[in-house]
Ligand binder design. Structure first.
Ligand SMILES: Nc1ncnc2c1ncn2[C@@H]1O[C@H](COP(=O)(O)OP(=O)(O)OP(=O)(O)O)[C@@H](O)[C@H]1O
Length: 258
């Protein structure tokens, strides 16, 4: 079997001026060519894990491996050509058009101060089309709804042409039609060989998309395995510390609290 594209080895991380570690000796492997979903209660450390996977922060103990090499051995530009992050939210002080904003995803491929080429523009257009925002390409990013903004962040990540796509709650602002559209878009990327690591608070999205599940709590991995193995009432209930029911209806896996 292929080596994992991403590996966390006993990683501990603490935010400055906080009394406790947000990640507490966390070990995790992300297999290539699959969707891995991280679930867990608020504050479990899911976003922090994604930030370390992108090299935004460094662990205070342990190591992060990307594609068989220590993450610290890559330049920022090299990381940007392999990994793209779709954050939960992002402050945006400039009135870029959507097309200009998505073009920022091409930065890891451009020499310093060089303008994007026509091929970069074509890649940015295709990314906008894939998420269904091409009709808003000239609009200011400051004039978007929450859901449109979320799709824009996905488009910018797609313009990076990553091999590993990190998504932090990517469907939290989307209506049902856009959820379906994004799930189909992510399945398309998977078919192209992109590995996806996402966090989510939406069991129905995870059950439709993920093959692997990571269950987190208090900065640790409680359990990692296939969706089949972990999608059980007792396991999910222990993760969220609330009695949950799991059942199948019409081929769909549903989760609800009692
Ligand atoms: N910039 C920061 N400075 C200090 N502490 C932080 C910072 N960001 C997050 N934390 C803390 O680190 C812990 C993990 O936060 P994180 O955002 O990774 O959790 P999460 O699992 O993604 O939560 P959620 O489901 O609510 O998005 C929490 O206790 C949080 O309060």
């Amino acid at each position: 079997m292929d080596a994992p594209i991403l590996r966390f080895e006993a990683v501990a991380f603490r935010y400055p001026e906080t009394p406790a570690d947000a990640l507490q000796g966390l070990t995790l492997e992300v297999p290539r060519g699959q969707v891995t979903a991280i679930l867990g209660p608020n504050g479990a450390g899911k976003t922090t894990l994604l930030r370390l996977a992108y090299g935004r922060y460094l662990p205070r103990r342990g190591q992060v491996w990307l594609d068989g090499r220590l993450l610290t051995s890559y330049t920022r530009q090299e990381i940007g050509r392999i990994v793209a992050l779709v954050p939960q939210r992002e402050a945006n002080p400039f009135a870029y058009s959507l097309l200009e904003y998505v073009l920022l995803g091409r930065a890891p491929y451009l020499p310093p101060l060089q303008m994007p080429t026509p091929s970069d523009v074509a890649i940015a257009w295709e990314a906008l089309e894939r998420v269904g925002l091409q009709h808003l390409a000239r609009r200011s990013v400051q004039a978007l709804s929450g859901g449109e903004y979320q799709l824009l962040l996905v488009a910018r990540a797609l313009a990076q042409q990553p091999r590993l796509l990190l998504l932090d709650e990517p469907t939290s602002h989307l209506d049902l039609a856009n959820k379906k559209h994004l799930i189909e878009c992510l399945r398309g990327l998977l078919a192209e060989g992109v590995t996806i690591l996402m966090t989510s608070h939406e069991p129905e999205v995870v059950a439709r998309l993920a093959q692997q599940v990571v269950l987190m709590r208090e900065g640790r991995v409680l359990n990692q395995g296939s969706l089949e193995a972990l999608w059980k009432a007792e396991i999910l209930s222990a993760t969220y510390n609330i009695p949950l029911r799991v059942w199948e209806f019409d081929g769909h896996r549903l989760v609800a609290w009692e």
